[in-house]
Ligand binder design. Structure first.
Ligand SMILES: [Zn+2]
Length: 76
């Protein structure tokens, strides 16, 4: 079975499932988990733009290094 046509009405939950660890849904809204901001789940471009944003990448990076032992910030 193959769904060739996805419905335009994708729920925040469905969208969150596609990006586990990055997005989550709450109260029917889609949130960026690391950045904790609301995203419009109906527009894929919104997500793509947000993921491409430097501020988002930075938050994700900080999440990744979390728990590796906090040393003084080593930029570079
Ligand atoms: Zn984000």
């Amino acid at each position: 079975m193959k769904r060739s046509h996805l419905p335009t009405k994708i729920s925040a939950k469905d969208c969150a499932k596609q990006f586990p660890g990055l997005l989550h849904d709450s109260g029917g809204k889609l949130f960026c988990t690391p950045y904790n901001c609301v995203l419009d789940h109906r527009r894929k471009s919104t997500l793509e733009n947000h993921f491409a944003a430097a501020k988002h990448a930075r938050m994700v990076k900080e999440m990744d290094v979390e728990g590796e032992g906090m040393e003084d910030e080593d930029e570079e």
